[in-house]
Write a new protein. Structure first.
Lengths: 127, 77
């Protein structure tokens, strides 16, 4: 529990906002965001906190040098939530466009996690 | 006025405290300045990057050192 709030000293601040929606791809978006944070791509932040206009979250997002939005499907709730709050995602990943079909299963499959993570990393590293 | 500086002791957190204390001294405004290092208290403000500044419970800034102009505005100067 030591790394939940990251010091902004040092590397660039990158905020990662997943949709964490109620589907396989929604839950995958959150899992991928967690994995990206583990790999030091940025800080996982609470997208619903942006929806709620929670001051701490809003100020944290404002301090970010870059924003990555990860949506599960083309409804794009994460990126739209950010837009409505005045933020623009620098990179936008949509899990269902990575070859994973949306369904109502909330139990994540290891092969889908690996596939989504690999493809997301390819996209982010191709910048 | 209660000014909380949220951070776990990094250089930006120290600079934030120094800057706020300097502005308070220059402006003659009295305030209780508290350094908050408890991660649970920091997270309960919804702050994801430090340093952050909270004045009377209101998060004013996160993720960077405030400039003096901002601090003066926050303290009503």
């Amino acid at each position: 529990m030591a790394e939940e709030t990251k010091c902004s000293c040092g590397s660039a601040n990158v905020a990662i906002f997943p949709c964490a929606g109620a589907s396989n791809v929604g839950q995958l978006s959150n899992k991928i965001a967690v994995e990206l944070e583990k790999q030091n791509f940025g800080n996982l932040m609470c997208t619903v906190g942006i929806g709620a206009r929670a001051p701490g979250l809003m100020k944290s997002a404002e301090a970010s040098d870059r924003i990555i939005a990860i949506d599960g499907c083309p409804v794009n709730c994460a990126s739209k939530t950010l837009e409505l709050a005045g933020f623009k995602a620098d990179r936008h990943i949509i899990i269902s466009e990575l070859g994973i079909k949306k369904n109502k299963d909330k139990e994540l499959k290891d092969n889908e996690i690996s596939e989504a993570l690999e493809k997301t990393l390819d996209i982010l590293q191709s910048e | 006025m209660k000014i909380e500086i949220l951070g776990t002791g990094c250089s930006k957190c120290k600079k934030t405290k120094e800057t706020i204390e300097r502005v308070l001294k220059q402006s003659g405004v009295e305030a209780e300045v508290i350094k908050v290092e408890d991660i649970e208290k920091i997270m309960n403000y919804g702050v994801m990057v430090t340093p952050a500044v909270v004045i009377d419970g209101d998060v004013k800034l996160a993720g960077k050192v405030p400039d003096e102009k901002d601090i003066r505005k926050w303290i009503g100067q």
